[in-house]
Design a protein. Structure first.
Length: 418
């Protein structure tokens, strides 16, 4: 029955979802935002995040009608400040427990890790609620209900099972996670649902699991099976050959795992898209792992080019300083003797070095965001087909705009999603 429904959806006329490519404008936003973050000590990132989201949504259209993102940078800043007001006292209490009760120091560290994990899951859920309530199509907003703490506690239990099963339970965890989120998701008064199955995800991904986790288990088992001491005593050449062979196997496994990751991400995206429902609306995706792999390779390639470029710039600057200033140590000592504030020159050098370092970090951040946001968004959107959009014609506005507290918590814990 399910296969017949899937076939019927595939044969139904698909609605069109498109993305207007404007990578140059997105890159301009990234460069300007990076420079403004530098002069505002990082606080401009809230407005940059908002600009990037607005750019991507405004260039995404369903049946010719564009989406809108109505969030504001000020909301993210206020959410971040409120999150700090909540988190700092909690961190302080946990720190004081470990300081005053030395025998409980290990316990306090464990408590901090558990707290950060649970709070992080709560923050991610609430952040999604905020982002949905700021996303609008045809004048109607998306919105979300559900308890963030219920989500966090259940996610914690599921992820323990994922770890204990070495990842085999992940498809069913992913199914629960997406089902929890989608059954609390609405577009106006149209309810969301998720029909993806864990078993289906498992069958599609088991080959990648065998290649990565299974390969690692095989390597560890092989290591344990070798009697390296005995091999070393029998023949000098044998342990060298065995070590070389084992090292080659480790390298091959590592490369295979790196290649497998984008294929897994694409597989998960397809599975998710095919399972999402919004009223009578369904989606399908033709995204392939090779597309993600090429994006990752382009990211690495541009990062390497940047690294080479910055090394050349650094070498040229060092040469200019050496030729123009002579012995830097002598100059600093002479300057220190002549100046009333002998540390000024040292401070200037440190400031210049810090600025150079920040520029390097900013450039790598621009590359990562361009490919990790714009290009992945483009690849995902262009792979989608949507069916049943006509059923949303009579949707009525429901739900209220959520607070940005979740975004602030996620940002303060450095786990903020996009």
């Amino acid at each position: 029955m399910t296969d017949q429904l899937t076939t019927a959806r595939a044969q139904a006329p698909a609605d069109r979802i498109t993305f207007l490519r404007d990578g140059r404008r997105f890159l301009h936003l990234l460069v300007r935002g990076a420079l403004l973050q530098l002069v505002t000590f990082g606080f401009y990132r809230f407005w940059l995040t908002t600009d990037l989201r607005r750019h991507l949504w405004s260039r995404t259209a369903l049946n010719g009608e564009n989406f809108e993102y109505t969030g504001r940078g000020r909301e993210l800043l206020v959410g971040f400040l409120i999150a700090l007001a909540i988190l700092v006292p909690i961190y302080l209490v946990i720190f004081l427990i470990g300081l005053w009760l030395e025998q409980l120091r290990a316990f306090s560290s464990l408590l901090l890790i558990l707290f950060m994990y649970l709070f992080g899951q709560f923050a991610l859920y609430r952040a999604r609620r905020y982002r949905l309530s700021r996303t609008v199509w045809r004048g109607v907003r998306f919105w979300m209900t559900g308890s963030g703490w219920a989500y966090a506690l259940r996610a914690f239990g599921w992820q323990i099972l994922v770890v204990l099963s070495l990842g085999l339970v992940y498809p069913w965890y992913a199914r629960w996670r997406e089902s929890f989120k989608m059954r609390n998701t609405y577009y106006g008064d149209a309810p969301g649902a998720f029909e993806g199955r864990g078993g289906q995800f498992f069958k599609r991904g088991i080959g990648l699991w065998l290649l990565t986790v299974g390969g690692l288990i095989a390597l560890l088992a092989g290591t344990a099976a070798f009697d390296w001491i005995k091999l070393a005593g029998d023949e000098k050449d044998l342990p060298i050959a065995a070590t070389f062979g084992y090292g080659a196997a480790v390298v091959l496994w590592f490369i295979a795992s790196l290649i497998a990751y984008p294929y897994f991400r694409a597989l998960e995206w397809r599975w998710w898209a095919q399972g999402v429902r919004l009223g009578n609306v369904s989606m399908n995706s033709t995204l392939r792992g090779g597309q993600f792999l090429r994006l990752y390779l382009r990211t690495i390639g541009w990062a390497l080019l940047l690294l080479i470029g910055w090394l050349i710039v650094g070498a040229l600057l060092a040469l200019i300083v050496h030729l123009g200033l002579g012995d830097l140590k002598l100059l600093m000592s002479e300057t220190a003797g002549r100046m009333k504030s002998p540390g000024i020159f040292h401070i200037a050098i440190l400031v210049a070095a810090a600025l150079f370092y920040l520029l390097i970090l900013m450039s790598f951040g621009i590359v990562q965001r361009f490919f990790g946001m714009h290009e992945i968004w483009r690849a995902v959107v262009e792979s989608l087909t949507v069916a049943g959009v006509a059923s949303l014609e009579g949707v009525a506005q429901r739900g209220d705009a959520a607070s940005a507290l979740g975004e602030g918590l996620a940002d303060s814990l450095d786990i903020g999603g996009f």
